[in-house]
Design a protein around this ligand. Sequence first.
Ligand SMILES: [Zn+2]
Length: 236
Amino acid sequence: MARLTRIAFGVAAALTLCASFSAAVLLSAAFAPTSVCAATAPRPPITLKLIPFGDTRKAQMVDYSQRHYHQHTWRLTAPKVIVLHHTAGANWQSAWNTFAANTAYDSGTGRLEKPGVSAHFIIAKDGTIYQCVRLSMRARHAIGMNWSSIGIEFVQEPRSGRNGHWMDQQILNRTRQVRAGLRLVRYLELRYGITDRNVIGHAMANNSPYFKDYTGIKNAAGDWFAPEVRAFRARL
Ligand SMILES: [Zn+2]
């Protein structure tokens, strides 16, 4: 009896999370101990390596959000977009150190602003996923998008004479790294109800329906243009 109750509860939970699944699929799921969602997008292994984001940095994010989004908060609620980036560095530690340093940065407004840049996740070349910022908090990773998006950085160093397309192709060719990215994105899509079309590259951010910045600045990014993002989405 207790086992039946647990299974029924599992199906109810699956129904809540995956409203689009048919009743037939859910009924068949009743005979399996795992839910439909868990079978399709399990949470990948994530190494928690949070940067310092205490009261001072939170207050800086409140002020930043007020200036750029007319929103007085550091909280990220109901993210709608996942923005892909590359680090332009050799390893995850250099990106993490940059995020943790909280160095004032000028995004094009002509003033140095805090908080410093950061992203929610860094994915190393070996496929290890490091979480740097909690998903309930805003990270400063893409102009116009920090109020509505989750930022994911892939480690990739630049090379002289090569552009962003080449850099992102290296990531797509690196099996363990790209597989980790796909697993993380699938998990986040399901958790927050984010659609594939809202998995975008930093270089695509200015055209997102969720882009807004009241100071008038825009991204001039060279990471993850549409062709490479299409190749990534095709594997989701
Ligand atoms: Zn970027």
